[in-house]
Design a binder for this molecule. Structure first.
Ligand SMILES: *Cc1c(COP(=O)(O)O)cnc(C)c1O
Length: 382
């Protein structure tokens, strides 16, 4: 039934129901609020090594060209990705962060009010907001109590009108990795017209010794027609501020996605930086090594303080403070006062948990020292 508008600032009901996005606290906010010299941010899963020098040089070279439009369709980046991943270029779709790919998947794959999508609870916030904006019902299957995946629960929510299923692996915020075998079982159990979207934003951090290659579904695309993968340059490549992500999609779907995408959504510098990043093997492997080492240090350090720590395959850890002592909210606040920003998980409806991104060796040490200071007040009295 059409809803009559009565004023020039009326909006679609999906829009009227939107909560404003709550941005994380910035380093500058915290520095000013608590009069601190140094503030470290371990809240957004950014690359602790910063920008690769190879990318920085490409950005400097590219600066002189920004009066030009980028090439529509970003063909050089598509070619570079296809070569790097060993997939057909026709499968590659790039967007302004994987956020844009997620947004377009809802708008391209789901008829509002008719089709539905399925994801876990909790899940990455963008699946929820972009489904809502598209007017598409998002059905949620709870994760198990230990945050492991309940694939049968997910499949129970799928019906003949489900056209998208989202799984994040390694998952955010838990860090858990879904075995490739299980993901393939889900793909095969779905109705053939339903696309399984596996968000592999953190797959590069999944183990060392190329274990990630074993659990990524990259090698299974040809045998699994209803499978799509999402990846991003924001994490392992350190380009969060430039906004580049991509999907590896069934080729015909990729073609439709290109047709509807805003022609220049991936800007010229972002494209050049992403191409340079793909060629910088040493920054990629250094990031993976530093992350794996830092993750082990943080995990052991937090456990030694009595925290519950989930096993993580990503560049962050989800943890809860010991029952006796300050709760997660108090710990979060006390860390801020000591100049350490971590992520509270209230937005994921997990108020008892926090998420910390792996930092540099020095940041990890500072974080653990601050935690010890807060959780073990007796150690101060020596
Ligand atoms: C960080 C993240 C992304 C990447 O988003 P971009 O828009 O590419 O920066 C995608 N999915 C998940 C689950 C993430 O945590």
């Amino acid at each position: 039934m059409p809803m009559p508008f009565s004023s020039p600032d009326d909006v679609r009901p999906e829009v009227a129901a939107f909560e404003p996005y709550e941005p994380g606290l910035s380093i500058e906010d915290i520095r000013r609020r608590y009069h601190l010299e140094r503030v470290i941010k371990m809240a957004s899963n950014e690359n602790p090594l910063g920008v690769s020098p190879v990318v920085r040089a490409a950005l400097e070279r590219g600066a002189a060209s920004v009066f030009r439009y980028p090439q529509a369709g970003n063909p050089r980046l598509v070619e570079a990705l296809a070569a790097r991943l060993g997939v057909e270029p026709a499968r590659i779709f790039v967007g302004n962060g994987s956020d844009e790919v997620i947004d377009l998947l809802f708008r391209v794959r789901a008829v509002p009010g008719e089709h539905n999508a399925v994801a876990f609870r909790p899940c990455f916030g963008l699946y929820v907001t972009q489904a809502r904006l598209a007017g598409v019902e998002l059905r949620r299957a709870p994760l198990n109590d230990d945050f492991s995946f309940n694939f049968d629960g997910l499949l129970e929510r799928v019906d003949a009108n489900t056209t998208l299923v989202f799984i994040t692996s390694p998952d955010n915020p838990s860090g858990r990795l879904a075995p490739a075998r299980e993901l393939l079982r889900v793909a095969r159990a779905l109705p053939p017209a339903c696309l399984l979207v596996v968000d592999e934003a953190y797959i590069d951090f999944a183990g060392m010794d190329d274990a990630d290659e074993k659990e990524s579904l990259l090698r299974h695309l040809d045998k699994t027609p209803n499978l799509a993968l999402l990846r991003t340059f924001s994490k392992v490549y350190g380009l969060a501020g430039l906004r580049v992500g991509y999907g590896i999609l069934p080729p015909r779907l990729a073609e439709y996605m290109w047709r509807v995408r805003l022609p220049f959504s991936v800007n010229l510098l972002a494209e050049q930086a992403a191409i340079a990043a793909l060629g910088d093997e040493s920054f990629h492997s250094l990031t993976r090594r530093v992350t794996a080492e830092g993750r082990a240090v943080l995990s052991e350090g937090l456990r030694a303080l009595g925290c519950a720590v989930l096993p993580s395959h990503a560049n962050f850890l989800m943890f809860a403070p010991p029952k006796a002592g300050p709760d997660a909210r108090a710990l979060h606040q006390a860390l801020l006062e000591r100049g350490v920003i971590v992520r509270g998980l209230g937005g994921y409806h997990l108020p008892d948990w926090l998420r910390v991104s792996v930092g540099t060796d020095d940041e990890n040490r500072c974080f653990l020292a601050a935690c010890a200071d807060i959780l073990r007040p007796c150690s101060l009295r020596r």
